[in-house]
Write a protein that binds this ligand. Structure first.
Ligand SMILES: [Mn+2]
Length: 429
């Protein structure tokens, strides 16, 4: 079987705000974290050794990273070249230069003719010879409107329409690659894209209404033994019946707090024609933790905050403390104490959120949020205004009259009632 390591979304050089400068190296600690995690992937590839490394795209936060970040990336991938491990670097959306074509940040590997390295910046099939047999990889980089479409083709079109035209162009291009595949060889589609079934965190669908999504039917094909994806930072297999597996490995380190609850890792797989075993291998990415508190009803907000922090594992963790507080409580908060307690965290931010007096329900019987029946609201108001007791019945009567569109108030109905709300199907199509 052919052994492959599939990793994606390295984003080297991002998330510096969650780190600090390491005085020993002068580098941001988050760059060092990312390099360390990446080196664990490369170590595994070399120690196996694997026959091929597939990188699913998004090497850096953008196409023009500073030279020292570029060098840190190259320093790790160079080890694969030294070990004679073929490597495909696919171009993701973050690798593309906004002005130009192709993968500006990764094309240097082709220009330098790094042995065994392929830059996947176009739709193309690559046959890779390995000691365990040949394998064919179709590369499908991130598509943008200038990849497949000319300007006149997209002029005046909405994002959804462009998405449709893009897929109409992609389908035959991909089909063309599939038709010329060698049916005897194991086959992988390596693609940087948003699949329309991908989810985000708490199973929210990422793709809804965002445009530029690729239908699953283009990915689930009997010709593919494995579909190696990049782009979504949460690890997931989009095709649970595994025929073929359609896998996002996810990012290797947490880029921001949106990834707080996600496991980070890479995929190790063994493949031959018609058979694939794959496994998600967790990486010791630095943990992120949000401490979310509401101290607005606390008598001793300071004590409450300190106790809540003490209960959490914060050593070497990236911490975000958010607490809701009333403005008149601010004098009770001693920031120095909080800073002292958080000092063992890798880094931290503190965000007090002022609870507006107006936002607090003054009539608890009306509840918080939700929609109110105007008459119920008026009744509750009158019940709380003893001075209006005698006027109460008349006011209610007048209000009912108004709401029923009494006398000359016909315009109320036609002007104020909103149009029929759109049905859900329209919202998500
Ligand atoms: Mn991406």
């Amino acid at each position: 079987m052919i052994k492959i390591l599939h990793l994606s979304d390295i984003h080297l050089g991002s998330g510096f705000s969650h780190g600090r400068i390491n005085p020993a190296t002068g580098l941001n600690t988050r760059l060092e974290d990312f390099v360390k995690t990446l080196s664990i992937c490369i170590d595994r590839a070399i120690s196996e050794p694997v026959d091929l490394v597939l990188f699913g795209g998004d090497a850096f936060p953008d196409a023009t990273p500073p030279p020292y970040v570029h060098e840190a990336f190259a320093g790790q991938f160079r080890r694969l070249a030294d070990a004679n491990i073929p490597t495909i670097l696919l171009v993701g959306n973050h690798d593309q230069h906004s002005q130009g074509n192709g993968g500006a940040s990764l094309c240097i590997y082709r220009t330098l003719a790094v042995p065994g390295f392929i830059v996947g910046d176009r739709i193309k099939t690559h046959v890779i010879p390995t000691i365990n047999g040949d394998i064919q990889i179709i590369t499908l980089p991130w598509l943008n409107r200038s990849t497949l479409l000319t300007r006149p083709e997209t002029e005046g079109l909405s994002i959804d329409e462009i998405n449709r035209v893009l897929i109409e162009k992609l389908e035959p291009a991909l089909e063309g690659e599939i038709r010329q595949l060698n049916p005897k060889l194991p086959t992988i589609l390596l693609a940087h894209l948003m699949a329309d079934r991908a989810t985000f965190g708490a199973e929210k669908f990422l793709a809804v209404g965002k445009g530029f999504t690729i239908p699953m039917s283009l990915l689930i094909r009997p010709e593919f033994d494995y579909v190696a994806l990049g782009h979504v930072h949460k690890h997931q297999n989009l095709n649970p019946n595994n025929q073929p597996p359609v896998v996002y490995p996810g990012s290797i380190e947490r880029v921001d707090f949106g990834e707080e609850k996600e496991d980070k890792g890479y995929i190790f797989l063994e493949i031959e024609k018609g058979l694939v075993n794959w496994q998600f291998c967790p990486l010791p990415a630095r943990p992120f933790r949000t401490i979310n508190l509401d101290v607005s009803e606390q008598e001793d907000p300071q004590e409450y905050i300190l106790k809540a922090i003490a209960k959490k594992e914060i050593k070497d963790v990236v911490i975000r403390l958010i607490y809701k507080v009333r403005s008149e409580q601010l004098d009770l908060i001693n920031n120095n104490e909080i800073h002292e307690l958080l000092a063992v965290a890798h880094s931290y931010t503190i965000r007090p959120e002022l609870v507006s007096q107006l936002a607090r329900p003054r009539l608890p019987e009306l509840g918080v949020g939700g929609s109110l029946d105007p008459l119920e609201a008026l009744k509750a108001y009158l019940d709380n205004r003893l001075d209006l007791k005698e006027l109460g019945p008349d006011m209610l009567e007048a209000a009912k009259n108004l709401l029923n569109g009494g006398q000359d108030e016909d315009w109320l109905e036609s002007e104020i009632l909103p149009d029929e709300p759109p049905v859900l199907a329209e919202l998500i199509s």
